[in-house]
Design a protein around this ligand. Structure first.
Ligand code: PBG
Length: 330
């Protein structure tokens, strides 16, 4: 009587497949990264990220309205800082009228209910392209976390709902939490880039913000002394657990696709929402292959996002968010 169990019964029609489907993607899954630049009426396509743009504040306003209409209610802000405002300590990051602070206000004035998360890291502001202050050829940890805490308070003052430290310094979540509490920002959340790997997939992002580490004598040209070695797994769990203990409301694994084993382990390990950042290189790879006609863009996009969610992601930061919503609306 073999076989009694035929697994194909549950795959035999579109209707039964829909009935037993475990994972669906909705607009609520997404956090939309946005790149902001100084100036007016600017919408420049990022060369290595087809159909993704740097926006001046006026166009940020338009973009946010469009996202809101599409049902995309959360954004993650990044700024491209002019070269002349960069220094070792990221001084411009604390300017109350700086681009990030203005961008936060722009989004909140345009769309008060839009959830605003901000990138907290020195690299866009650093003349060295590093996420920390440099001293004696090293990335200084504690000096950096102090500035990140001040930056976080400044973003909260401008109206950010969440700050998202993406630097991987030790102890920064606690330092930021304490600074926010001290200033009365009890309800400002922290989404921590907890397991962030030193990945070559960030290349296009660094083009977008012109934030790649520079070639200077006695300064490391990569981020391997703070971002994690992608060969390591236990470290990711330890980092994430520590961030939760220090007060992170949401933790994150980054990049996405190559790290889904880590996503699953962390999902099983902690009791807070887990975000995954599907990073710039992941976006660009698919755009490039689709342009060449080698991959079916929409099908591969959905397969990747469902895989990320199936691995355990509760939130996905993705440059594909608008593409997905358009596809779902078809
Ligand atoms: C910087 C930062 C990076 C990304 C987000 N925040 C780049 C880096 O660490 O060098 C990468 C995002 C992407 O590639 O899409 N703190």
């Amino acid at each position: 009587m073999y076989p009694i169990i035929r697994n194909r019964r549950l795959r035999s029609s579109e209707a039964i497949r829909r009935l037993v489907k475990e994972i669906i993607i909705t607009p609520d899954d997404f956090l939309v990264p946005l790149f902001v630049v100084e100036g007016e009426n600017i919408k420049e396509e990022i060369a290595s990220m087809p159909n993704y743009y740097r926006l001046s504040l006026d166009n940020l306003e338009k973009e946010v309205k469009e996202l809101w209409k599409m049902g995309l209610c959360s954004v993650l802000l990044f700024v491209k800082v002019p070269e002349n405002l960069k220094d070792n300590k990221g001084t411009e990051a604390l300017n109350p009228d700086g681009l990030m602070q203005q961008a936060i206000k722009t989004v909140k004035n345009t769309c008060p209910d839009m959830l605003v998360m901000t990138d907290v890291a020195l690299d866009p502001y650093s003349s060295y392209g590093h996420d920390g202050i440099i001293g004696d050829g090293q990335i200084l940890n504690d000096e950096t976390t102090e500035i990140l805490a001040e930056m976080s308070v400044s973003h909260a003052q401008a109206g950010a709902d969440f700050v998202a430290p993406s630097d991987m310094m030790d102890g920064r979540i606690l330092t930021i939490r304490e600074a926010l509490e001290e200033e009365g920002f009890l309800n400002t959340g922290i989404m921590s880039y907890s397991a962030k790997y030193a990945s070559a997939f960030y290349g296009p992002f660094r083009d977008a913000l012109d934030s790649a580490p520079v070639d200077i004598k006695n300064v490391p040209k990569d981020k391997k002394t703070y971002q994690m070695d992608f060969a390591n797994r236990f470290e990711a769990i330890k980092e994430t657990q520590m961030d939760v203990d220090e007060g992170a409301d949401i933790v994150m694994v980054k990049p996405g696709l190559c790290y889904l084993d880590i996503v699953r382990e962390i999902r099983n390990e902690v009791e807070v929402p887990v975000a995954v950042y599907q990073v710039s290189g992941e976006y660009s790879m698919l755009k490039a292959a689709a342009e060449k006609g080698w991959l079916d863009h929409d099908a591969v996009m959905m397969e990747q996002l469902i895989a990320i969610k199936r691995a355990g992601a509760n939130i996905i930061a993705s440059y594909f968010a608008k593409d997905v919503v358009r596809l779902l609306d078809e």
